[in-house]
Design a protein around this ligand. Structure first.
Ligand SMILES: [Zn+2]
Length: 224
């Protein structure tokens, strides 16, 4: 019966593989065409040649997708985390690499994925230099991002409520105060830490993977 336990892992690995293939479908297509028609790389059209040189953002994304299962399995088999802790850890690690990572300090894929809400990261970009220790640092990076995001999203939330009040001529603040008091009265530090700690660990891990990738890439670029 034990082999049945392998089924969810094989399914998840297959899913991860499919996501990576679909994400890189353009590159796979170019390689396959190149293989079939046996054209040397230099004969390919310029746009296709450029696609072969994966941009840094794409490399980070691929590493994020590839890291899902190893982190999940390491958390389960080596650290003995519960399923919920493990899911929170893995999910926050991947989200950190895709849109909550160190490259929010520049006009990157991570930054653009916030869509209209990217505006909240504009001061972060302007105040902290690209690849500084406050964005890419293993310790300071995630801590500063968490504090920054909490403050700016709170300001944005209050701004949205204020705008709704103004345009609809209603007052939502008493209702918000009631919800806030309800949350405070039912707040449990233990429950909060149970959720927050795996998420924080995921953010540290995601930052570490990103910064390590940057360092390795810089090392090899310097060699060339
Ligand atoms: Zn970076």
């Amino acid at each position: 019966m034990k082999f049945l336990l392998l089924f969810p892992y094989i399914s998840l690995y297959s899913l991860q593989f499919l996501i990576i293939i679909s994400y890189n479908v353009e590159i796979v297509k170019i390689y396959l065409i190149n293989l079939v028609v046996s054209k040397p790389k230099n004969n390919l059209p310029l746009a296709n040649r450029n696609n072969l040189n994966m941009p840094s953002g794409k490399v980070h994304d691929n590493i994020a997708f590839l890291s899902v299962m190893p982190i999940f399995m390491a958390g389960h088999f080596f650290c003995g985390f519960s399923l919920i802790d493990n899911l929170l850890l893995t999910l926050s690690c991947v989200i950190c690499q895709l849109m909550f990572g160190p490259d929010l300090d520049t006009n990157s894929k991570q930054y653009k994925r916030w869509g209209l809400f990217r505006l909240i990261w504009l001061p972060y970009r302007k105040l902290l230099g690209h690849r500084s220790r406050y964005t890419h640092g293993l310790l300071w990076g995630p801590i500063i991002r968490c504090i920054y995001f909490t403050i700016t999203s709170f300001i944005l939330f209050i701004g949205i409520i204020y705008a709704i009040n103004y345009f609809l001529e209603i007052n939502l603040f008493p209702l918000l105060l009631q919800i806030f008091l309800f949350v405070i009265n039912n707040f449990s530090l233990q429950n909060f830490l149970n959720i927050f700690l795996p998420i924080l660990c995921g953010l540290f891990l995601g930052t570490a993977i990103h910064t390590l990738t940057d360092k390795i890439a810089s090392f090899f670029k310097n060699l060339i």
